[in-house]
Design a protein around this ligand. Structure first.
Ligand code: OAD
Length: 254
């Protein structure tokens, strides 16, 4: 099937579904100028995740992780804007055809685009949390005066994002599993699907009978196994076209 036919097929599946859920990964933010983790130009090509993204490494050397990785990451994300893929998902919600977004991203771009129900599976960079007393600070209001940034109590501040070795926020995990079990279409967009438990969410949906549609320029471990079909392309090009088609189909039904 060619790209255009697959886009039409996805639009039909979405238009007739009762409950559509999207699971997104770093790939959806690539066209907003945010580097993904894996593959060409990925963060883990430059940084060893064991050294920079594991909670034990952060606890041992918070200053190093902040100055080498996090400072730049915050800067990039602060200036990033939603791209056509984020905006298409926001439009799908407005059309009444997207129940919620489960995202592994910590950049807040789905909310910036206008989606109102976003489950942040790996937390967020919008908040900082004290490792000692648990006090939380809004990142945009916090003035960084030292490295690593600290709480009034002297404790080190960590972004409220999930590091390797940390559990998934309980409510995000519970709700994601529930939404996966109860949707009938899942759009899996821009994730390499190798980090668990996020990568198990599409299988939960599949086992409950949902149609799984991947949007990714490259195949993943889900392709041909869990996903019903993959639309091989950039999310910023493919998603707006799917939503245009959905809109046409809905209008024709009126
Ligand atoms: P990855 O960096 O592992 O994968 C990005 C995926 O996006 C790949 O499959 C690419 O082929 C795809 N991609 C690239 N450009 C794209 C585009 N324009 N449109 C659509 N897809 C595109 O990112 P994640 O799967 O999100 O966790 O990574 C999962 C987790 O690993 C992250 O949440 C993070 C990381 O370590 C933690 O830090 C806990």
């Amino acid at each position: 099937m060619g790209l255009e036919s697959l886009i039409k097929r996805a639009a039909k599946d979405v238009a007739k579904a009762k409950k559509v859920v999207a699971l997104t990964g770093a790939g959806i933010s690539v066209e907003s100028g945010i580097a993904p983790f894996r593959g060409k130009g990925g963060l883990w090509e430059k940084f060893n995740p064991e050294e920079y993204a594991h909670i034990n490494a952060f606890r041992r050397h918070p200053e190093k992780v902040w100055s080498v990785l996090l400072k730049d990451m915050f800067e990039v994300i602060k200036n990033a804007q939603p791209n056509p893929a984020h905006l298409a998902l926001a439009r799908l919600e407005k059309l009444g055809k997207l129940h919620c977004v489960i995202t592994q991203n910590v950049d807040g771009l789905h909310q910036k685009a206008g989606n109102t129900d976003v489950i942040e599976f790996h937390g967020t960079l919008a908040w900082l949390v004290c490792l000692d007393c648990g006090k939380r600070f809004k990142t945009e209001e916090y003035k960084v005066k030292e490295m690593p940034p600290r709480c009034e109590c002297g404790g080190v501040l960590k972004p409220d994002a999930v590091f390797f070795g940390e559990p998934i926020p309980v409510e995000a995990l519970r709700r994601s599993q529930h939404e996966a079990r109860t949707c009938d279409v899942m759009l899996v967009i821009g994730t390499s699907a190798v980090v668990y438990p996020a990568a198990s969410i599409p299988s939960i949906a599949k086992n409950a009978g949902a149609t799984i549609i991947e949007i990714n320029p490259e195949a993943t471990p889900l392709t041909g196994v869990v996903s019903d079909y993959i639309i091989e392309g950039n999310a910023g090009e493919v998603l707006p076209k799917i939503v245009d088609e959905v809109e046409k189909l809905l209008r024709a039904q009126e």
